[in-house]
Design a protein around this ligand. Structure first.
Ligand SMILES: [Zn+2]
Length: 235
């Protein structure tokens, strides 16, 4: 194997490892992002509180109507029960009856409004519950899929690492420090393909003398522009 071919092979393993690590980091970011769920949970809690309040308010209006009806019943008993005979007292009871009936219709109207508001609050609460449920299920599926992907990526990394060390064990690779330094300075890509006399990383034309050198099994040559090691794709 030519020197550049060995380095190119090493580059393929390292790029594969880099990509897998990058993807794992991206997945971890996705998995740790609970913003959508948190907002939906907060909404559901808020709507539950509102629903509780509206139901309490409804109960209170129901009690008010019941109280008023009790007062009316008492008044009607006195008025028609025969125990009160004094005309002045009967007239007072009659006036009270009119006033009690008037007020009970106000209270019944309030009860109707409270029922309407309580129904509305229940509908909103049901919607936010359904939304939370939908997010929870979706996140569970997403999390299971991504966790499986992480397991696959981790096994890819360890296979590539094994391949990498096998390659290095069988080769006396003197250029490894150059390769490592180039990886650091050139965004992880130290060895690049030379295709149709140009560098596939930066697109520069490669002069024919350098191209000849790149094709030699014993020499290493570098792109004059981006300084990466050139590997002739066709040979
Ligand atoms: Zn280049």
């Amino acid at each position: 194997m030519s020197r550049s071919k060995t380095l190119y092979q090493l580059q393929i393993f390292d790029s594969g490892i880099d990509q897998a690590i990058k993807r794992i980091q991206a997945i971890e970011l996705i998995l740790s992002d609970t913003k959508e769920f948190d907002i939906a949970l907060k909404n559901k809690e808020e709507h539950n509180n509102i629903l509780d309040e509206k139901r309490k308010a409804l109960k209170s209006t129901e009690h008010n109507v019941e109280d008023q009806n009790r007062k009316i019943a008492q008044n009607q008993n006195k008025l028609y029960g025969g125990a009160v005979t004094n005309p002045k007292d009967l007239e007072d009871l009659q006036l009270e009856s009119v006033s009690l009936h008037k007020y009970v219709s106000v209270l019944e109207e309030r009860q109707l409004e409270a029922m309407f508001e309580s129904d509305q609050a229940l509908e909103i609460f049901n919607q936010s519950s359904a939304r939370l449920e939908e997010i929870t299920v979706r996140k569970q599926i997403e999390s299971a899929t991504l966790s499986t992907e992480i397991i696959y990526l981790e096994s890819t990394i360890s296979t590539l690492q094994e391949d990498r060390s096998t390659l290095l064990t069988g080769t006396d690779l003197l250029e490894l420090p150059i390769y490592e330094a180039l990886r650091k300075s050139s965004g992880g890509i130290a060895v690049t393909l030379m295709i149709n006399s140009s560098c596939s990383s930066c697109g520069s034309n490669i002069p024919s003398a350098i191209e000849q050198e790149a094709r030699s099994p014993t020499k290493l040559s570098f792109c004059p522009a981006c300084k990466r090691i050139l590997y002739p794709g066709s040979s």
